[in-house]
Design a binder for this molecule. Structure first.
Ligand code: SF4
Length: 440
């Protein structure tokens, strides 16, 4: 394999290809005109493009100002080399009340979470992500998504520890087989940063799911014996918390199964631990194409220069990137916030893939926005921005029914032979659709 990635830690500008001389552009032209171009007017020779101006996002600083000043305040003696190591970030996670208290001023609701024995999901925040958190605003979206509050100890009606019924659809420990042609393989329960709304909070951070060979071999055997499985989603926890060697072994074991066509990895690393996306990781991952990645971005404030750089490295390695976002009350439940997020994602070459209605996990009532809000957001995006920017809004059906897409009502009715359709501006248009189409 030819190695082409040379990405320095702190200079994203170099990710942009240097301007090429005009003469070289003609080398990329096809040698002969295509037959379908015969008779077409000759293309005017384009003028040399001049210097390529990199997209502003690439020219932005490589370190978020907030993270920079946080580091100066709380880790002044840590050199850049260490700060940019994912292992250092992981081993210096903020995990205790006293660490939190030394960095932010806690509200009564936040402090109260630490006196409740029912709080099940541990605390874990990378120093990098902590740098993005407001020290004095408990309502700041990123803060709400990772700092526990007493509300998560309140169990509302309809909530469950395993609302999606994953345990009942698990033929082998850590493998969920819900849909006919794909499986979810949980490789670890560890995350560098724990989201307070995590669907798998019943297991993550509890040390129950290890990437042990023995367990994983049972999962591989199940997949190998089930030819219908053509797609494996590796998730957790965060699979990128596993070292390159083990991860490479998992990927190569899956690649040895002939009917596994694609492998996907679900991760929040680019948002909470962008330092994890290293040249070494990317070199390893690109050996296993077709490999896709489902990233997890929640709010536009996560789209920092560091996150841009991490996504650029993955995209440059040919890994198609999608983002899954959970709709969260008071965090991202507005058209304006979601629009800013999806526009950032497109610039990061990440396709907004799903917008999830928050699952009714135990203690999540304070995060759940009404479905009408999700529909309002989709209505506010569709037509008003690029189609690529509009995610599919889904409810993961409680009990294991799978994802059910929800769309604003666009079919208004029928008039004679026409279907009446509503457009994004609320105008109603007729689409001729005869029921008596003559045979061809
Ligand atoms: S990164 Fe994913 S698995 Fe980990 S806590 Fe967040 S939602 Fe859960």
């Amino acid at each position: 394999m030819t190695e082409t990635m040379h990405v320095p830690i702190e200079r994203t500008e170099q990710l942009v290809a240097p301007p090429q001389p005009a003469a070289q552009e003609s080398d990329d032209e096809p040698p002969d005109p295509s037959p379908c171009m015969a008779g077409a007017p000759a293309l005017a020779r384009t003028k040399p493009a001049g210097r390529v101006v990199p997209f502003p996002a690439h020219r932005a600083g490589t370190i978020s100002p907030a993270v920079k000043s946080f580091r100066k305040r709380h880790f002044p003696s840590v050199p850049s080399k260490l700060w940019n190591e994912w292992q250092w970030q992981t081993s210096h996670r903020i995990r205790t009340l006293s660490q939190l208290e030394s960095m932010i001023s806690l509200s009564a609701e936040e402090r109260g979470a630490f006196s409740q024995s029912q709080r099940s999901l541990p605390l874990g925040i990378t120093p990098y992500y902590m740098g993005l958190i407001s020290p004095d605003d408990p309502q700041q979206p990123l803060r709400r998504s990772v700092i526990p509050t007493v509300h998560e100890t309140v169990h509302a009606a309809g909530e469950a520890d395993d609302p999606l019924g994953e345990e009942t659809q698990s033929p082998v420990a850590g493998l969920v087989h819900r849909y006919p042609d794909r499986v979810l393989l949980l490789v670890t329960d560890f995350c560098s940063t724990y989201c307070r709304y995590c669907t798998r909070s019943r297991v993550v951070g509890r040390g129950a799911i290890h990437p042990s060979r023995n367990r994983l071999e049972q999962a591989f055997a199940y997949i190998a014996q089930t030819p219908a499985i053509r797609d494996v989603l590796i998730s957790g926890g965060d699979p990128l918390m596993i070292g390159e060697e083990k991860l490479s072994w998992i990927l190569s074991r899956l690649r040895q199964i002939p009917h596994v066509e694609i492998v996907r990895i679900g991760t929040k690393a680019p948002a909470v631990l962008p330092q994890r996306i290293t040249p070494r990781l990317v070199r390893m991952l690109r050996q296993f194409h077709p490999l896709w990645m489902s990233l997890h971005f929640t709010h536009p404030d996560e789209c920092t220069p560091e996150a841009y750089r991490a996504c650029a490295m993955l995209a440059d390695a040919g890994i198609p990137l999608g983002s899954q976002t959970v709709l969260l009350k008071g965090i991202n439940d507005s058209v304006e916030t979601m629009r800013r997020l999806v526009h950032h994602l497109l610039k990061m070459r990440v396709r907004p893939y799903y917008l999830y209605q928050c699952d009714p996990i135990s203690g999540s009532a304070h995060f759940r926005a009404p479905i009408a809000k999700g529909l309002e957001i989709i209505r506010g995006l569709r037509g008003f921005t690029s189609g690529y920017a509009v995610p599919t809004y889904v409810v993961d059906a409680p009990g294991g029914g799978g994802k059910i897409p929800l769309m604003p009502d666009c079919v208004v009715g029928r008039k004679n032979d026409a279907l009446l359709l509503r457009n994004y501006e609320n105008g109603v248009y007729r689409y001729p659709e005869s029921c008596n189409v003559p045979p061809a």
